[in-house]
Every structure is written in structure tokens, then in C-alpha cells.
Design a binder for this molecule. Sequence first.
Ligand code: MN
Length: 227
Amino acid sequence: MTRMVRWEPPLLPVLGQPAFPVRQAWCVGRNYAEHAREMGVDPTSSPPVFFAKPAQAVHGQSRVTFPAETESLHHEVELVVLLAEGGRNVSASEWADRIHAYAAGVDLTRRDVQDRLKKAGQPWEISKGFDQSGPVGAARLATEWQPAAEHLISLQVNGVVRQQAELGTMIWPVPALLERLSAEFTLQPGDVVFTGTPAGVGSLNPGDRVLARIDGLPDLEFHLAST
Ligand code: MN
């Protein structure tokens, strides 16, 4: 008897294009100085912090089930990069042709779980990589939209602005970030990169409606269901 093992990657919509199959999600911490400071870190003394979410955490659903065992589910609005090609040790100037599209996303974080694990010196995967922890909006091709310093990135909860910044306040712009990330990992087609969040992260509650917005990209909207 033979058994075929099959799996399907999560798919993200891209405006006017076939859906994008997600292979892996990479994330960066502390890429906006104000957010680094609110987390108690000196932004001038620390290089970018990289971590991963499993592909299965990434989705385009408008309903997110509130995760278990947290009293502090934090929102982190982020510019998300979708890669058409990857590579190892790829310099900043070589990334332009390899970026397929951009989208608005949210890096959902069980902050209380993360704080506990950090204090214990343990890995914090479970605070960042739980199911549905990476909602991403429809993406727009890189040939149609490029990040610019004056583009605003923002997040609203129930219509109230919680986070807002200009993309130009990123410490590591996308090409520099990808250069650094590709020095650590061989990046591949299908990889998505969450590029860090600006200041103003805070807690979400069941029933909240979240709107993540980046100038020129489709809005990401989802609500938190209690079960
Ligand atoms: Mn983040």
C-alpha cells in the first residue's frame, strides 16, 4: 500500500494576479526606534532581531479566533514583503527584482506569554507563531507600488487610531533588512517578511475590529471572535 502525503500552502490574494503561496514567514523585531524604546530597548545599540512564524500562521481571513491563554493579545501593524525569488547573502541593491508584492499585515503577539518566556530565557515561538497570528491583507505588485518615506502605516481598533507612523521611520528599510535576513537564512520564493512595527502596540479584546492601513495598499480588516 502506498500513501501520498499532500499539503497545500496558505494562499494570499494579490490584486489582479494569481494567489501567492506562502512557504515561510520571517519577522523582524525593533525596526522602528519609538517601538524599540516602548519595549525598553535602546534602538541605537541593537541590530534587527529576526524570528519566524510558521506558514500556517499566515492568512487572509477576516475572522480571527481570539487565542487561548493570554490576557494581553497585542497588535503590531507591519509592512509585509512577498518574495518571488530568494537567495543567500543577497545585497540590498539586488532585492528589487526579487520582491513580488507588498501588503499590510499584523503580527499578533501574546505579549504576556512572550514576557514570561523572555524572563525564563526560553524561546518565544508560542507567543508569536500561534494559529492565525499573521493576518495579511490583499497584496499589490511591486511594479505598481513601492514603499516611500512619507507613506503612513497605521492601525485602528474599533475606529480609534492606536499606531501611526511614516514608513521612512523604519531603522532598516526593506532592501537593507532583506540583506541582513539573507545573511542568516536562505530565502525562497513564497517567503513573506513582516518588517517590524511602529510604536503604539497594545492589547486587543474579543469582539474588537482591527483595521490595518498603509498608504497605497489594500486595507486589512479583521475582527476577533471569542471562539
Ligand atoms: Mn512584529
